[in-house]
Design a protein around this ligand. Structure first.
Ligand code: AMP
Length: 210
């Protein structure tokens, strides 16, 4: 099972990936996490990537494909691709790469969310530095610590309300055409993302168990 998990920023791809990894024993490849780790390392490449990612823009396709291939080659398990592909050239490169490796994408799942909800979710998203939990906080009264482990909460630099509209526009222009690419291939399914994370997970699980 090799799954492409699609959805606009804030749709819940990261949250669902954590649940799916546990339930279906999959490897999780989040290109956003890979990029953030490189940025946090302070390397020359990381500094260049930081300028792109923190503005809410997309990293060039060739860099992403090269980065991804190294990780996929090291993974024997089924994979959840979270945040990749984000452009049609990336989707084509992923198909070609999987074929070269004797593998294929088995499911493409879109977590669908109304546009009004997207900005709200991005602005209110916080992540725990300690356990990695992703929370949606009440902006009028945000918690100071992670309710699960007491760790420090932070806002990703690209998760500000200011960046949200731009990221949504990048998504509309570059990533929505990926949906058409996969629809034509017949493996594409949508789930309603405007439900509790538990219900979204239930819906995705049903698709994977068919
Ligand atoms: P995410 O954690 O998936 O929301 O990704 C955070 C940011 O990393 C995105 O807004 C992009 O700047 C960058 N990024 C992640 N995945 C990709 C990708 N497949 N192609 C280009 N840029 C990406």
């Amino acid at each position: 099972m090799n799954i492409v998990l699609m959805g606009c920023p804030g749709a819940g791809k990261g949250t669902q990936s954590v649940k799916l990894v546990k339930a279906f024993e999959l490897a999780h490849i989040s290109t956003g996490d890979v990029l953030r780790a490189e940025i946090a390392s302070g390397s020359e490449l990381g500094n260049k990537l930081g300028l792109i990612v923190n503005q809410g823009n997309l990293v060039p396709d060739e860099m992403m494909v090269e980065m991804l291939e190294k990780i996929v080659k090291d993974t024997d398990k089924g994979i959840i691709f979270d945040g990749f592909p984000r452009t049609v050239p990336q989707a084509k490169a992923l198909d070609a790469m999987m074929q070269r490796l004797g593998r294929s994408i088995t499911h493409v799942i879109m977590i669908d969310l109304p546009q009004e909800e997207v900005i709200n979710r991005i602005c209110s998203r916080r992540q725990c530095k300690k356990c990695g939990a992703i929370l949606s906080v009440d902006l009028k009264n945000p918690p100071e610590k992670c309710p699960s482990c007491g760790g420090e909460l932070y806002t990703r630099p690209d998760d500000t309300c200011k960046r949200a509209a731009h990221r949504l526009e990048v998504y509309r222009q570059s990533t929505l055409p990926v949906k058409e690419y996969y629809q034509a291939g017949g493996k594409y399914v949508e789930v309603n993302g405007n439900q509790t994370p538990e219900k979204v997970f239930e819906d995705i699980s049903k698709i994977l168990q068919k």
